[in-house]
Design a binder for this molecule. Structure first.
Ligand code: ADP
Ligand code: ADP
Length: 225
């Protein structure tokens, strides 16, 4: 019994088959890194799971229910992007609370939940700042809190660390692993870096030319270092 399951998932853009009939079961609460050369279908897979891209055929099952036709906000997934995409005119707190505001949650509850998540990513003390007043690493923590406020069961990360300097990147890895343990949710993280996958992943899924070529613990995929 998996948390998240891809069932014969396929994505076509015109004549291009970006994802070709992939099936995979992700273990509950695991940290999964999705790897492979540029153009192999990683982002398309992530976007289909998030609901930002339609499925051409096949299904996406989360806790036994097919979510592939649900709107993004109702899937139990959340996505964090490479460029963070924070709203520049909103404070850190209001950025994090944004999706709750869209759902009509009252102000006091919004603020309480936003502050709890900012606390989790160690950013509560900067809640009144604007994104432009934050460093890259701080903006990324805010983006994480903003993704987590919807209480997703699966957090999707598309190369979240690629814009950070090497020092911060290593710190954020530890941060992501801590969050995985504390929250007990599945992380599905697209990365180009084998070192990143070795540091983070319980399981590595390697794609090539639109299919899954290999999957397993990092040490099995690359041999024991
Ligand atoms: P990456 O290699 O990091 O996955 P890409 O440069 O392939 O990123 O893609 C960046 C964006 O451009 C994505 O949103 C993707 O949907 C879009 N894109 C990629 N390839 C094409 C294409 N052939 N036609 C139209 N849009 C594309
Ligand atoms: P990756 O994330 O592994 O770089 P993508 O999922 O972005 O791969 O792309 C897989 C394939 O689908 C590539 O050939 C890319 O050019 C194509 N593609 C991606 N997005 C689009 C799009 N919006 N329109 C057309 N082709 C796309």
């Amino acid at each position: 019994q998996g948390d998240l399951e891809l069932v014969h998932l396929t994505k076509r853009y015109g004549d291009t088959v970006a994802v070709d009939d992939i099936s995979h079961i992700f273990a509950p609460a695991s940290y999964v890194c999705l790897l492979g050369p540029s153009g192999c279908g990683k982002s398309s897979t992530l976007r289909m799971i998030a609901g930002h891209e339609s499925v051409s055929s096949g299904g996406i099952v989360l806790h036994g229910a097919d979510i592939s036709n649900l709107p993004p906000a109702q899937r139990g997934t959340a996505m964090m992007f490479q460029n963070y995409a924070l709203f520049p005119h909103l404070t850190v707190r209001d950025n994090v609370a944004f999706s709750l505001r869209m759902k009509g949650v009252d102000k006091a509850t919004r603020h309480r939940k936003a502050m709890a998540l900012l606390d989790l990513v160690d950013m509560a003390h900067l809640a009144d700042r604007l994104p432009a007043q934050l460093s890259g690493g701080q903006q990324q923590r805010v983006a994480l809190a903003r993704a987590l406020i919807t209480e997703p069961r699966v957090l999707l990360l598309d190369e979240p660390l690629s814009a950070l300097d090497p020092f911060l990147r290593i710190r954020m890895r530890a941060e992501l692993k801590r969050l995985q343990r504390e929250l007990g949710i599945t992380f599905l993280h697209v990365t180009h870096g084998q070192d990143e996958a070795l540091a983070l992943a319980d399981e590595c899924v390697v794609m090539n030319r639109a299919v899954i070529e290999q999957a397993g613990p990092p040490r099995e995929v690359w041999g024991a270092p």
